[in-house]
Design a protein around this ligand. Structure first.
Ligand code: ATP
Ligand code: LTN
Length: 335
């Protein structure tokens, strides 16, 4: 009998906090778009992750819809992918609880993102959700039998936890979960803050000059790149103390496909002004169609609603079998 090979499953998500940056775009979204034809993809607006830090409800609601709009504006096709809001599929929370009962305080305490986000804070004021957040992320992934998870390099430790939890569960209860692999973009670039280039570009940075959002106006993009912190040296190359220039080289490389060596050669003897203008131009051109689609889509609330409602149904259907299996394995009575 002819067997139809199952397409590999991809799952990924971005927290609807702040504004989607060029870091998120290069580290994640750009890759998602590439993968949509070859794989069975589920792309989620992870709203339940966003509430691990305080949110203003009305703003969060707006941002969730806005993130979905930006996913589509980047080129993700709701016909090809499952695109949905995490909170619309309760199975995420249900599986997260079971995984939480199989996770250890020790391993969660070692998560560097947790340590970063709670630096200088007293235990009394650290939300438990921030601590257990990587387990919810593991649930997101394992719930869909995910094979590959396209994320930026900063998320690899969380992905490793998802793998450990899957293996642990499979060993104790019998084969249940697919053990997922990370999928980094070709350059694997981690884009750094334009103002403090030793720090990751982060979409919830308090200083908007530190990041470029994917819907920033062209003039603003040029301004932000022109005021990006560099150094007083005159060499467009990598090296000690040259993180600012290296970051701009990474951005250019991720967009054009040029290697560091190629960029270095091309700009030998040229000044920072010329280089910054070229970086700005390639960012503006890369984001121009994204911004145009975004502005068009924004007003079509009925279409967006239809996308996330259909997405929720597809997501529930895709996860039902695994959750049922997990419930059975841990010893719950079937209803
Ligand atoms: P926040 O500041 O709100 O914590 P963030 O900008 O770090 O957000 P996430 O929601 O944590 O963004 O990440 C969404 C996706 O973008 C993840 O796959 C993550 O790896 C990727 N990503 C985030 N920041 C960068 C960056 N600076 N460079 C490359 N990839 C990134
Ligand atoms: N923790 C991720 C967002 C996220 C995610 C996921 C990414 C939540 N669940 C599942 C991939 C797969 C972050 O980037 N902060």
């Amino acid at each position: 009998m002819e067997t139809v090979e199952r397409k590999k499953r991809i799952f990924s998500g971005i927290q609807p906090s702040g504004h989607i940056t060029i870091g998120n775009y290069i580290g994640a979204l750009k890759n998602w778009v590439k993968l949509q034809d070859e794989y069975d993809c589920a792309y989620c607006v992870v709203d339940m992750h966003a509430i691990t830090v305080r949110q203003t409800p009305a703003d969060l609601r707006k941002r969730c819809l806005d993130f979905l709009t930006q996913y589509i504006a980047c080129g993700l096709d709701p016909q090809k992918n499952i695109m949905f809001m995490q909170s619309h599929n309760p199975a995420h929370a249900e599986l997260a609880w079971i995984l939480m009962c199989n996770s250890y305080m020790g391993e969660l305490s070692r998560m560097t993102q947790f340590k970063d986000k709670t630096k200088n804070k007293q235990n009394e004021s650290i939300g438990a959700g921030l601590f257990t957040y990587p387990v919810l992320m593991a649930a997101d992934i394992l719930l869909y039998g995910t094979d590959l998870v396209p994320v930026g390099i900063d998320q690899m430790q969380h992905l490793e936890l998802a793998r450990d939890l899957a293996i642990r569960f499979n060993n104790y209860y019998g084969e249940t979960f697919t053990v997922p692999e990370g999928y980094l973009s070709k350059t694997g670039a981690k884009i750094m803050s334009l103002q403090e280039p030793t720090k990751k570009m982060s979409k919830s940075d308090e200083n908007p000059k530190a990041y470029i959002t994917i819907t920033d106006e062209p003039d603003l993009i040029v301004k932000k790149i022109k005021s990006a912190v560099t150094d007083s040296d005159m060499c467009i190359c990598r090296g000690e103390g040259k993180e600012g220039i290296e970051n701009l080289m990474s951005i250019m490389g991720a967009i054009t496909g040029k290697t560091f060596e190629e960029i270095e050669k091309e700009y030998q003897g040229k000044n920072y002004g010329v280089f910054k203008s070229d970086v700005a131009e390639c960012v503006v051109e890369e984001l121009r169609p994204v911004r145009e689609r975004y502005l068009q889509l924004q007003s079509d609330k009925a279409y967006l609603e239809q996308v996330y409602k259909a997405g929720a149904e597809k997501a529930q259907l895709a996860s039902r079998k695994i959750l049922r299996k997990v419930y059975k394995k841990v010893g719950f009575i079937e209803k």
